[in-house]
Design a protein around this ligand. Structure first.
Ligand code: GLN
Length: 301
């Protein structure tokens, strides 16, 4: 009897897609392709070239394990361990939120608003702070895009800070970012420990903003796998904004620019919190790809 031929790469791709589809995974075909590229360690062009080649049996265990995880609902980015943000690679683990494309618009808004800014009040480099840095997506992007800025990043989670540090070195900006473990703006406030505080010119943050009561209704990929610390914003989802607004008054001076990401329907509330702490020259909203007011930008003098 003729020996059964090994399945081709193309057959495995299709089998993967069928398996994911039957597990009700969205975009089954794209996910099968993504995992296959990762397992084989090749790019799309090589995949298309090698479709009729036999699937390398040495990779089978890895391939089946990756499909199993995806079929159970795990985000592909955690399986692969990587997500691109603003054109750069970021390692992601379940300790950090997977950076989202709409957050790239927040980085872009900051870069556009501050395009002509190079010096802090009274001279010296401009200091930008990323609060709740998670994977480090915003801090690393801003450090890489603006070599003349000083960058600070904070997070409550030591595990997230470890991931963010790794991403800073992956992108060659580890020397340019100072990391702080702490709650929102706490490490920068004037306190008994640090009476002079740490002055910040630009404050950027994508804090948790999901209402606690909405957490159970999130997509399973998010709810069952991403860190709740990065998602749950308390009863009305606005806790982190309320607390940051209160902390703003205890910084050595008000930032010239505050840029926050928010959830749907939260823009007016977030703007109100900012108006209560300072007179801003301008407060505006930036819409995401779905047309939702996703970011609030407050510019001072
Ligand atoms: N700053 C990170 C990001 O934008 C993490 C945000 C978060 O964990 N809430 O992806």
């Amino acid at each position: 009897m003729a020996k059964e031929k090994n399945p081709t790469i193309s057959e495995e791709w299709r089998k993967g897609a069928d398996l994911l589809r039957s597990a009700e995974v969205e975009e089954a075909n794209a996910n099968s392709e993504l995992l296959l590229l990762h397992v084989l360690g090749i790019g799309k062009a090589e995949l298309l070239r090698d479709l009729r080649e036999p699937f390398p049996e040495g990779k089978r265990e890895l391939w089946e394990r990756a499909l199993e995880r995806k079929a159970a609902g795990e985000p592909a980015q955690y399986i692969i361990g990587e997500q691109f943000f603003y054109g750069r690679p970021f390692r992601v683990t379940p300790d950090v939120l997977i950076p989202r494309p709409e957050t790239e618009l927040l980085a872009e808004a900051v870069l556009a608003q501050a395009a002509g800014w190079s010096e802090a009040e009274g001279g010296g480099p401009l200091i930008v702070l990323d609060v709740g840095t998670g994977s480090g997506a915003l801090a690393v992007t801003l450090a890489a895009e603006r070599q003349d800025w000083g960058v600070l990043a904070s997070d409550l989670s030591p595990a997230a800070l470890g991931v963010a540090r790794g991403n800073a070195s992956l992108n060659g900006v580890e020397e340019r970012i100072t990391f702080f473990e702490g709650d929102l703006l706490a490490p920068f406030q004037c306190s008994a420990e640090r009476p002079e505080g740490i002055a910040v010119d630009i404050l950027v943050s994508n804090p948790p903003y999901i209402r606690s009561s909405d957490m159970p209704g999130l997509q399973r990929e998010v709810r069952d796998y991403e860190p709740h610390l990065a998602l749950d914003g308390g009863e009305d989802g606005l806790d982190p904004y309320r607390r940051m607004a209160a902390q703003l008054g205890k910084l050595p001076r008000l930032p010239r620019l505050v840029a926050w990401e928010m959830g749907a329907g939260q823009a007016d509330d977030a703007a109100k919190l900012l108006r209560a702490v300072a007179d801003w020259r301008e407060i505006r909203y930036v819409k995401d790809y779905a047309g939702i007011d996703r970011h609030v930008i407050a510019v001072g003098d």
